[in-house]
Design a protein around this ligand. Structure first.
Ligand code: UDP
Length: 257
């Protein structure tokens, strides 16, 4: 967050440097079930962000001292691949990835019915393949679809997006330059069914009216992302249904033979 409001990131017609209006999302693509060996998976693009999420479990929790006899624990690992950013990212965890992993784990602990799976661990891996600001939101959106794809019972899917302040205006879904030179960045995630906010962070400054506007804009955008998440899962299971139907006659023949 540079906080340098002298750099013109929104023109006089209200158009941003990538051609979007202030309340417009980047193009979003969501695909469920992209990895064969994971119990659940998803691939998400938010503009130039490209993120993969894989879910394993519920499975026996190791190390065992971390087991909780009353519920499952959700362990998320967010990782940026070295080539995902313009300056090569040093491999391995750092302060930022540990923080992002923690807040995403906590968000999912709240939505997953963890009490159904005592002593187990639900492991969520988020790999950022290409980054252009908003990767924690894209990662959370992907991980939520991956959890659903793994068949893990949850209160709801969790859409996530960042809202920010750029050139004294509230803007939706910041891209890299807006994130770098803007005045504020507010990633959030909600449970659409109840309207609860389960992740909110803020970098920079906003007045109370600006914050209210940002929240309203973010919640509205989350509802759009929610529809895309549901659509991705519906497409995934429609494909599976076609495959099942195609395989059925062969199975019957074998049984008769
Ligand atoms: N970034 C980078 N190198 C890093 C970390 C971040 O180039 O080591 C870039 C990347 O494009 C990222 C953006 O800075 O998406 C904003 O990072 P931030 O910490 O705000 O998290 P994000 O917006 O991705 O959730």
């Amino acid at each position: 967050m540079g906080g340098n409001s002298n750099i013109k990131l929104i023109d006089d017609n209200g158009i941003r440097i990538d051609g979007r209006r202030v309340d417009e999302l980047r193009p979003i693509k969501i695909e469920a079930g992209v990895l064969k060996r994971a119990d659940g998976s998803a691939y998400v693009e938010f503009g130039k962000n490209k993120v993969l999420a894989a879910v394993y479990g519920p499975r026996e929790c190791h190390p065992r001292h971390m087991q909780d006899p009353s519920k499952a624990i959700v362990q998320c690992k967010y990782n940026m691949i070295s080539f995902s950013v313009s300056d090569r990212k040093r491999p391995g965890p750092d302060r930022r990835s540990v923080e992002i992993s923690k807040i995403i784990s906590e968000a999912f602990e709240y939505v997953v019915f963890t009490e159904n799976y005592p002593r187990t661990s639900i492991d969520v891996y988020i790999e950022v393949l290409q980054a252009n600001a908003g990767t924690r939101c894209a990662g959370l959106t992907a991980a939520s679809v991956a959890l659903a794809d793994a068949g893990i019972p949850m209160r709801d899917l969790v859409p996530s997006v960042a809202v920010g302040k750029v050139n004294d205006q509230i803007v939706l879904d910041l891209q890299k330059e807006e994130d770098n030179f803007g005045q504020a960045d507010l990633p959030l995630a909600i449970i659409p069914r109840t309207g609860e906010v389960i992740l909110m962070q803020m970098d920079g400054h906003m007045t109370k009216p600006e914050f209210d506007k940002a929240l309203e804009m973010g919640v509205g955008a989350c509802k759009k992302i929610y529809a895309l998440q549901k659509d991705a899962l519906a497409r995934r299971y429609a494909i599976e249904k076609v495959i099942d139907e195609a395989e059925e006659p062969a199975a019957e023949q074998t049984a008769e033979g």
